[in-house]
Structure formats: structure tokens, C-alpha cells
Design a protein around this ligand. Sequence first.
Ligand code: ASP
Length: 419
Amino acid sequence: MKRLQLHHWILIAMVLGAALGLGLNWAGVRGTVDPETVADVATVGKEVGDLFLRLLQMLVVPLIVSSLITGVTGMGDLRTLGSIGGRAIAFYLTTSFLAIVTGIAMVNLVMPGEGAELAMLEEGAAEGLVAQAPGGIGVVLWEQLESLIPKNPLAAATEGDMLPVIFFSLLIGVFIGLAEHREGSKDASVVRRFFSGLFDVMMQMTLFVVKFAPVGVFGFTLYAAAGKGPAAFKVLGWYVVTVFFALVVHATVTLPVILKTMTGRSPIAYMRSMTTALVTAFSTASSNGTLPLTMQNVEDAGVRPQVTSFVLPLGATINMDGTALYEAVAVLFIAQVYGVDLTLAQQGLVALTALLASIGAAGIPHAGMVMMVVVLNAVGLPTSAVALILAVDRILDMCRTTVNVWSDSIAAAVIDRGT
Ligand code: ASP
């Protein structure tokens, strides 16, 4: 018999976790098992999953730093860096925008908020959620720009603040190159070799950590299925369906068409080679945590390391198609629930702020939901409305994170072909 590969194990773990979790949830609802026991099992699942996520997160900072520096020094000249960077950003913006358009079209078509009973929703809503609500759109933009520059790069790394770490690593890469070209400087190349060695070590460590993926995936799926169960879907069913189908359209039509036309690659084959990363993104709901695996999978699919080492860390931080789409759908849904008719111009504003919110959202679980406050603010909806959709955020987070990572991997393939 053919030996099962890692991604098979991951899929099996996911199915087992979901089956066990849903079974327990059902038994809990019917009273055959004490609901508290079900909640305990869900918590244990989350603890186990969190351990795996921590292992992944442990890799992220040294991996990003060494990979970006190695990537930049490997490009040879600054013009290549500029051209890859420009293309990457153009790609990120275009696909996120397409995702938003898909979401807005879908939410106008399905009208999930129409007839939803506000009272019923509010009953299940948690109070005082968004205490740390960010300010308006201008403030968010400015803060984003400001936060690019770390006062202390080491502190930013310790905090896991990705954008400043990325910015500083890019600068180190650029200046290693410049210093190496100065006459009489012998030592700068030592720094380059150090980071390139560190990168090799980090990739090896990733290979080791990923072996635990089935355990982590099992834990997280168990947590989601046992803890939430299908009950949450009853009230918010149409909303979940709308987000889900819009994500599916973006992931299986828009992005594959871009991949196929721009690289000639088969989307199905490419998706298959991304299985480990996609399933991990789904279960952990963190594109940042998944980054080590995304890099591994994309390189295994034949994309050049110079491209992956630059495009993927940046993408995991700012390219979030799934999150952008979700922000737009969620806010329009909330408007429908409140009976607020948004004009076309206001929907345009939602689209724009959703794009910014997705860029600003960190690649960690639930980050998109917190950023949604910016979008709600932009069209004058109450920020506390976020609480309405809290109950189903985990499952939607899992779905949108998968789309985020899928879009990052496609960006890498497209940019690899174009440079
Ligand atoms: N969890 C998402 C991610 O890591 C961000 C979000 O909450 O939308 O990509």
C-alpha cells in the first residue's frame, strides 16, 4: 500500500476532529452528554491546537527576517527588488479589490440581513467587545505608515509586529548589498552568509514542526465543531452562506483564472501542492502562523526562492483577499439588519475601507473582526454591531484565512513568472 503523505494525515485529522466534535456537540444539545463535558473537550482541543500554533509562531520572526534578507541580497540589484515589489503590491491590491466586488455583489443578491431579527441576534451578542476600536480611516492610514518604522527593531520583533520587522529586514538586505560593493569592505558578506545560513536552518526546523500538523489540526477542528456546533448557524445562516459562497467564487474562479492566464499553471495541480498550507490556514485561522508552510509548499511547487522569500512574508501581512471580502459583506449585512439603505457611493466607501482594513489586519485569528470597526465607522454604523456576528466569526475566519493564503501563493507564482 502507498504510504500516506503528511497532507493526507492532516485531512484525516480534520475529518476526525470535525466528526467527533459535531457528535459531541449534538450529544450535548440532546443531553446524553453533559454540556460542560463537551465544553471541556472543546477547550482541550483548543489548547492542543494552540500548542501547534505556538510552534509555528516561534518560527515566524527568524524565518521572515532571514528569508527577506536572503531574498533581497539574492536579487543582485535594486531594480529587481523594485520591480518585484511593485508587481507584488499591484497584485495584492487588484485581487483584494476583486474579492470585495464579489462580496458586495453576493450580499446584494442574497440580502442575508433582510428579515433577520435584530432582537434574536442581540440576544446572543457579547457585550463590550470592541473596546480597542481604532479611529477613522485617515488615522488608520497614518498609523499604518508610522508603524512601518520601528523605533527599536528588536522590540518590534519581540512584539511580533510584522510590518516594521519586514521594513527593517528589507533595509538590511539592501544595505548589505551596498556595503559589499564598497571597496575594501570584506565583512558585509559575513552578514549575508549568516542570514542565508539562518534561513536554511529555519526551513529545516519548519520541516520538523510541520510533522505535528495533524495533531494541531485535529485539536482546532475538535474545538470549532464541539464548541460552536451548528446552533450558531441558525440565526446567522444566510450571512454565513453569503460570505462562504463569495469566498468560494473568489477562490475557485477569480484566482484560478488569474493563475492560469498569467502563468499557464494548472490551478488544480497548484492547489494540490498547497494542501498542507491551506488546511493549516483553515484550522489555525492565522496566515502568519501558516507562513512557514506556505513558503515550503510554494517552493516545492517550483517557485524561485528569491520570489517566495519576498512575496510571501509581505503577502501574509498585507494581502488578505478573504478578509477584505468578509469586511465588506459583514458591514453590508449589518446595514441590512439595521434597515439602513446604503447608497452606491456609500457601498463604494465600504469597499475602500474594507481594503484598508484588510491591509491593516494582522495575520492572526479574529484580527479582521476587530478591524471591521473602521469600516462600520466610515458609514456611520454603530461599532458595537460587531458583536452580532461574533458567534460565527471563528468558522468564517477559518474560511477567509484559507483564501488569504491561497491568494498569497498565487501571487508568488504569478510574480515568479513575470520577473
Ligand atoms: N485570521 C485572518 C488571517 O490570519 C485575519 C482575519 O481575521 O481576517 O489571515
